[in-house]
Design a protein around this ligand. Structure first.
Ligand code: UT7
Length: 323
């Protein structure tokens, strides 16, 4: 009997401290008016020194494991999507494994920047379907506040911190009754590495570095890349875009979300928008948005949910999940 990968739970957490646009306007030459109009962002969360990526990731993972009715010792695969690891090594996934008290398991990080969680869905799906894991936890966690150049108004107003996690379980296809990860599309084009990157690294200059972005250049690729990944993903799954109950996109810029929805004919009321409260939280962005719409009662079991993301690399992708 073929195995399908069922998303049993998905939860998210933010750091405690929220930072509004007005607070940033006291630090750099910007305004609430500019940030709101150009991005839709009103506020974002900024992690304290104790709220590291693994701390936030473990908090989200704990919630997801509980919501799935599992115990940490049931988990046999831990994948953490992050570009802001606590340490160069070991992986944040292993740090989370230790914090949760999981048994010996497979654990590793995925580095696909803002597309990390969507990449993780595709990777975990493949490992679960091939029988290499039965009860997986996928975490998307980032603390981009640590790699911000807080004097660069073009970037420091855009990003925030957070974490989300999903339990993905292998279930016999006849038992799953249509639920599961239906398809995913994962893409990258390294020739655009320079337009969004961090100017540090262990082997280049032995520094952590700061995020650098040519915003307009990234923007130019966003709507086209995301739209084509969604179309390919829906085609792979054999489901038209019109079947989607909820569109849960990466939250980089409200203008990008509107552009993609318009191009694909997705009605505004099906688009989950949290960029106003979270900013761009990189790999945490998609699970944070999902959790938000789950908590306010929009997303429910049985819904067809479309995830998408684009980020540094450039990387981009989409995933279609029947809950
Ligand atoms: O998650 C990874 C993927 N990332 C993205 O998808 C981000 C994609 N890019 C974007 O979302 C947008 O390009 C930005 C929000 C980053 C920038 O918006 P934009 O409409 O492309 O603005 P711009 O970069 O063309 O800048 C317009 C003006 C410039 O001033 P001049 O040259 O016209 O005088 C900037 O210096 O706005 C200025 N500016 C600001 N002004 C006030 C840039 N940042 C700020 C700021 N406050 N924070």
């Amino acid at each position: 009997m073929p195995i399908v990968s069922v998303v049993s739970s998905l939860c998210a957490v933010t750091p405690e401290r929220a930072v509004g646009n007005d607070e940033l306007a006291r630090m750099v030459d910007t305004s609430d008016e500019w940030i709101s109009a150009r991005t839709g962002i009103k506020s974002r969360y900024v992690a304290s020194p104790l709220e590291t990526t693994s701390v936030l990731g473990a908090q989200a993972a704990k919630l997801a494991i509980e919501e799935a009715g599992l115990k940490p010792e049931d988990i046999d695969l831990i994948v953490c999507a992050t570009s802001t690891p606590d340490k160069t090594f070991p992986s944040t996934a292993t740090l989370i494994q230790a914090k949760l008290g999981c048994k010996v398991a497979t654990a590793f990080d995925v580095q696909a920047v803002c597309s990390g969680f969507v990449y993780g869905i595709g990777i975990v799906d493949a490992l679960v379907k091939s029988g290499q894991a039965k009860n997986a936890i996928l975490i998307g966690a980032d603390t981009f506040s640590r790699i911000m150049d807080w004097s660069d108004r073009a970037t420091c107003v855009l990003f925030g911190d957070g974490a989300g996690a999903a339990v993905i379980q292998g279930v016999d296809a006849n038992e799953a009754k249509g639920k599961g990860i239906l398809a995913s599309v994962l893409n990258a084009d390294g020739k655009y590495a320079d337009i969004l990157n961090v100017d540090g690294g262990a082997s280049s200059n032995a520094r952590v570095g700061k995020l650098r972005m040519e915003g307009q250049a990234v923007f130019k690729h966003a709507v086209t890349n995301i739209s084509s990944a969604i179309e390919e993903c829906c085609e792979k799954a054999g489901r038209p875009v019109s079947d989607i109950d909820w569109f849960v996109p990466h939250q980089a810029n409200k203008r990008i979300l509107d552009g993609v929805a318009k191009r694909l004919g997705i009605p505004e009321e099906k688009v989950v928008v949290t960029v106003d409260v979270h900013g761009n939280t990189s790999a945490a962005s998609v699970p944070l948005a999902y959790d938000f719409a789950k908590k306010d009662g929009r997303i429910k079991k049985g819904d067809l949910v479309l995830f998408e993301a684009m980020g540094g690399g450039l990387t981009w992708g989409a995933a279609l999940v029947q809950l």
